[in-house]
Design a protein around this ligand. Structure first.
Ligand code: GDP
Ligand code: MG
Length: 153
């Protein structure tokens, strides 16, 4: 099957607001497989690399400060169309434009406090997973629910 991996992070506000469980739960109950998870206080250099394409934006310094303001839950979720569907589960970048039922649409208001991150393409997902996780931290295993979630492998 065309399985994909995506990098999903719960930002410092999501962790501090007690949203780790609800956010993990949305990916789990949708049927995606957890392939990696860790609580991490990343160094500034990692965040600057992660958001390198936004370095020229006026909000970039504030974004890095926000991302350094507390621990982050870094995760890899796997399954069919995981990258695009992950973004749909997260909602729009600006929470006020996010539909109810999405994470941002249910839990956030300001774009600079939008509680979660998700890769925006398969190519970027690969880069982000390699940036945030070491060899061996992303686990390959059979999801016991697989045959109940997918019609065909
Ligand atoms: P994402 O992929 O939906 O997270 O959005 P982007 O990659 O465009 O931006 C990365 C993150 O930067 C967003 O999730 C926001 O936290 C933040 N951000 C984006 N645009 C703005 C903005 O206009 N103002 C502020 N303060 N933060 C922003
Ligand atoms: Mg982005």
């Amino acid at each position: 099957m065309s399985s994909e991996q995506t990098f999903i992070a719960i930002k410092p506000d999501g962790v501090q607001r007690g949203l780790v469980g609800p956010i993990v739960s949305r990916f789990e109950s949708r049927g995606f497989k957890l392939a990696a998870i860790k609580l991490i206080s990343p160094p500034r250099e990692l965040l600057e690399k992660h958001y390198a394409d936004l370095a020229d934006k006026p909000f970039f310094p504030g974004l890095v400060t926000y991302m350094l303001s507390g621990p982050i839950v870094a995760m890899v979720w796997e399954g069919r169309d995981a990258v695009k569907t992950g973004r749909t589960i997260l909602g729009a970048t600006n929470p006020l434009a996010s539909a109810p039922g999405t994470i941002r649409g249910d839990y956030a208001i300001d774009v600079g406090r939008n509680v979660c991150h998700g890769s925006d393409s398969v190519e970027n997902a690969k880069k982000e997973i390699a940036l945030w996780f070491k060899e061996g931290e992303v686990i390959n295993y059979k999801h016991s629910q697989f045959d109940w979630i997918y019609e065909k492998a």
